[in-house]
Design a protein around this ligand. Structure first.
Ligand code: NAD
Ligand code: ZN
Length: 359
């Protein structure tokens, strides 16, 4: 098992990564926390496979566990379910010393974290991410939220977990499209910060897709370390943390235009990364190999990269993003593999030029 320590000004916590961790979570948590009332939140897909093992591991360590499972899917990350979960917190008599445990993908993690952040002004919570995306991204860094009809993640805050437990075994049941979408976020970490991780992805994609232990540990631990380092330097996204949005500016616009139905998040981000790189090439700050290397990994993964969307629609959606600063678009652009800059020099004319051509 590998442990990564996240050190923030007000909180610090460990990320545990390895095989067969689910059955040990209760025991590890019990070392630092008195047994207490606990709400274990998951979704119906995950409950069937991993609900019992996690609930049992806490019960064996004398935690009073109530398991609550929601239907799967992004549309569940809403304020109505938040209210339902608060009701369950009251019914199970949780207090400020109780524990919330999120077992699942990013939807369960973001929603449960939001409940933990707001119930009685904040109670401790633990993340047990089961999708690759949640393991390398959403479970770390403390952004918690629910969606609003006006936009995704519009109601939320920053609230750090007490620990994150990543059991790489869970990936064996993850549908392959979800796996591929998660890999897109790992490619992101390579491009923004780590040429060595990127090169590893280029040469070891088969091992990753076959879920070989060492390859999984390598990509997950490296990604978590990069995210932890960035968040440690800029917890509330004042500047540096924005580099994590590489590929996300256009990625989010694609998700918005297609009403979150056509693409998984990671699939849209992959396309967004390719467009951001095209912009960097237009600006003369990156050479074509930066594009070709990313494209080649994405093709290897079977990601589809042509959208058929109108540039006009994507550009309109770009301006409604909550990350727009005073009406100016900010792009994270690669200068080479392993290094990015943040630029507000991208104008609409350049965007049309790039978006009008197929990738
Ligand atoms: P998800 O939670 O919907 O999970 C995807 C699907 O995979 C679901 O059907 C789920 O039931 C299933 N699943 C998950 N783990 C499984 C497993 N081990 N075996 C079988 N099935 C499994 O989606 P996601 O991709 O994990 O997360 C997306 C969410 O994360 C979005 O809401 C996004 O906004 C959020 N997110 C948050 C942050 C953050 O910093 N908080 C960062 C990135 C994304
Ligand atoms: Zn993302």
């Amino acid at each position: 098992m590998k442990t990564i320590h996240v050190n923030l000004s007000a909180d610090s916590y460990n990320i545990y990564i390895g095989k067969d961790i689910l059955a040990k979570v209760g025991e590890i948590v019990a070392k630092d926390k008195e047994p207490c009332k606990m709400l274990l939140i998951t979704d119906e897909n995950i409950e069937k496979i991993y609900g019992d093992v996690v609930a049992e591991s806490f019960r064996q360590n004398n935690f009073d566990v109530k398991l609550l499972s929601l239907p799967p899917g992004e549309e569940q990350k809403n304020i109505e379910n938040a209210l339902l979960l608060y009701d369950n917190c009251f019914a199970h008599k949780l207090d400020r010393k109780s524990l919330i445990v999120a077992l699942g993908g990013g939807v369960v993690g973001d929603l449960s974290g939001f409940i933990a952040a707001t119930f009685m002004r904040g109670i401790p919570y633990i993340q047990i991410p089961t999708s690759l995306l949640a393991q390398v991204d959403s479970s770390i860094g403390g952004k918690v939220a629910v969606n609003h009809p006006k936009g995704k993640n519009m109601i939320g805050c920053f609230y750090q977990p007490k620990a994150v437990f990543i059991d790489t075994n869970t990936l064996s049941s993850l549908p392959s499209k979800e796996m591929v979408a998660g890999i897109a976020e790992v490619i992101k970490y390579g491009v923004i910060r780590d040429a060595e991780l990127f090169a590893f992805m280029e040469k070891s994609m088969d091992a990753i897709l076959q879920l070989q232990d060492e390859a999984l540990l390598k990509i997950i631990a490296t990604s978590c370390q990069i995210k932890a380092n960035v968040v440690e330097q800029d917890e509330k996204e004042k500047d540096l943390r924005a580099i994590l949005n590489y590929g996300h500016t256009i990625g989010h616009a694609i998700e918005t235009v297609t009403h979150y139905k056509q693409y998984r998040h990671g699939e849209a981000v992959a396309i967004g990364m390719l467009y951001a790189t095209k912009i960097a090439i237009e600006l003369g700050i990156a050479d074509t190999s930066v594009f070709d290397r990313q494209l080649s990994i994405m093709k290897n993964l079977g990601l589809s990269i042509q959208t058929g969307l109108k540039s006009e629609d994507i550009i309109k959606a770009l301006y409604t993003d909550k990350k727009t600063v005073s009406g100016r678009l900010r792009f994270v652009l690669p200068t080479k593999i392993g290094e990015v800059i943040i630029s507000d020099k991208v104008n609409d004319e350049m965007l049309y030029r790039v978006l009008d051509k197929p990738l």
